[in-house]
Design a protein around this ligand. Structure first.
Ligand code: UDX
Length: 446
């Protein structure tokens, strides 16, 4: 594809870096820009500033196709298609902060040469507003559906590619489609407002699925059912599907909390009260706190107790702790007077900033030393491989609250632990059942 104009990528945060390196992997020349000089210096030294599996190799393999710069001028001079990947964090009102997007639009020359392809998540209506301000720029909405930790694979094997363009921007939409076509996946060509809405609606629906299964889990605990069995039985119905039905301590990360709140706010701004999303958000907030009750059930008052949080990232394979359940849990535990330790295999750096009052440990073993309970917050594989029998001897009380239903309850109980999951039969009930079983076995033998 030499001879073609390079593809411009504006903003090399997580989305921009995945996008830039994957385009290069597809054989395109890419010029990527960010105002953060430190980040650009690091990328020019081929050092990846984020934790995302596969990016290092893509950067290495496609080094000659990738240019990183801090100058917007460089991008505007060489590229025609500009993929906008700047972040749109939530404001205090829950609306998306579009100042970074506006800063990009402000630098585009009205010379009819450029197309702005929006990958940042923006509220429906943003595209229309941008076209009003920069009428000569062709505008295409092409939202990303990447999951942190599997973003490279998601990018290279999309379920679908959504491309929204209105009259006058079809040429740009056609070029975007041509770039993505080799990846397979259904092409959804639509108008800009619908493309913007697809992204928000998809994330809000996935978050709804999680809050739904979490409420089912809470009911399961009351009626003695097992949510993992319930989710399996539900998920086999093709109309429901098995994914995003893992109960736990709630969703976090840089997308779901922000996008669900942005959609709720967007609806509210038009005068429509999106009741369902209000509940989805509230259920998620309460779910993070349920662990406290489970700890109190075994330990009584938590004041003075040491609680070890295993995993701080909002999910495995990322060092991202934005909106992670660990943040709320740590604060709640400290509110109860507990001493909180935390360990995460990769998120120590970000955790140091966002969890300054948590004592960070260098290993799970160190975190569990003398602890009154372990709370598994992130399902990192190494926690399943821990030698739990020897952990029991290290801990002050053998108690595990598994916030992701990730560990094997039976082997933990066999190792002498009290084990609590989310939406599973509790230790008490288990102990009661075993006692009843033993009693009836004894009765049978008499
Ligand atoms: C999400 C969307 O999946 C992706 O399409 C979008 O582009 C960005 O937002 P991401 O935030 O990387 O991706 O993580 P995801 O894997 O979707 O998980 C989000 C949160 O939900 C995590 O905290 C995870 O632990 C939680 N989750 C996920 C559950 O609690 N249960 C589940 O069944 C699935």
């Amino acid at each position: 594809m030499s001879g073609e104009r390079p593809i411009g990528v504006i903003g090399v945060g997580w989305v921009g870096l995945v996008t830039a390196t994957c385009f290069a992997e597809l054989g395109h020349q890419v010029i990527a820009m960010d105002i953060d000089a430190k980040k650009i210096r690091s990328l020019n030294r081929r050092k990846v500033p984020i934790h995302e599996p596969g990016i290092d190799q893509l950067l290495e393999r496609n080094a000659e196709r990738l240019t990183f710069t801090t100058e917007m001028e460089d991008v505007l001079e060489s590229a025609r298609l500009l993929f906008c990947c700047v972040d749109t964090p939530p404001t205090y009102s829950g609306d998306a902060d579009l100042s970074r997007v506006q800063a990009v639009v402000g630098q585009l020359a009205d010379n009819g040469d450029h197309a702005l392809i929006m990958k940042s998540t923006v509220p429906s209506g943003t595209g229309r507003a941008i076209r009003r301000d920069a009428s000569d720029v062709a505008y295409v909405s092409c939202p990303e559906f990447l999951k942190e930790g599997t973003a490279v694979n998601d990018f290279l094997h999309p379920d679908r590619v959504v491309i929204g363009a209105d009259a006058g921007a079809e040429w740009a939409a056609d070029e975007v489609e041509a770039i993505y076509r080799p990846l397979g996946g259904e092409m959804v060509r639509t108008d800009v407002a619908s493309a913007e809405m697809i992204k928000l609606a998809a994330n809000a629906f996935l978050a709804t699925k999680i809050s739904f299964i979490n409420e089912i889990a809470n009911v399961c605990e009351e009626v003695g059912a097992d949510v993992t069995e319930v989710a399996r039985g539900m998920g086999l119905d093709k109309r429901i599907g098995p994914s995003f039905l893992r109960a736990g301590v709630g969703y976090g990360g840089s997308c779901f909390p922000k996008d669900v709140s942005a959609l709720k706010q967007l609806a509210g701004n038009t005068g429509y009260h999106f009741q369902l999303l209000t509940a989805v958000i509230e259920v998620n907030e309460l779910q993070k706190r349920r662990v406290i009750g489970k700890l109190q059930k075994h330990l009584g008052a938590l004041a003075g107790k040491t609680i070890a949080l295993l995993g701080l990232a909002f999910k495995p394979d990322t060092d991202d702790i934005r909106e992670a359940s660990s943040l709320v849990l740590a604060a709640r535990l400290q509110g109860e007077g507990a001493k909180v330790r935390g360990y995460d295999p990769v998120a120590e750096g970000p955790a140091g900033k966002l969890l300054p009052t948590v004592e960070l440990s260098g290993s799970a073993e160190e975190a569990l030393d003398g602890a009154h309970a372990a709370v598994l917050v992130t399902e990192w594989p190494e926690f399943a491989e821990l030698d739990w029998a020897s952990m029991r001897d290290r801990m002050a009380t053998p108690l595990v609250v598994d916030g992701r239903n990730f560990l094997d309850p039976k082997s933990l109980r066999d190792a002498g632990f009290a084990y609590e999951g989310i939406g599973l039969t509790s230790s008490d009930a288990q102990a009661g059942e075993s006692a009843a079983e033993a009693e009836s076995a004894e009765a049978r033998s008499r």
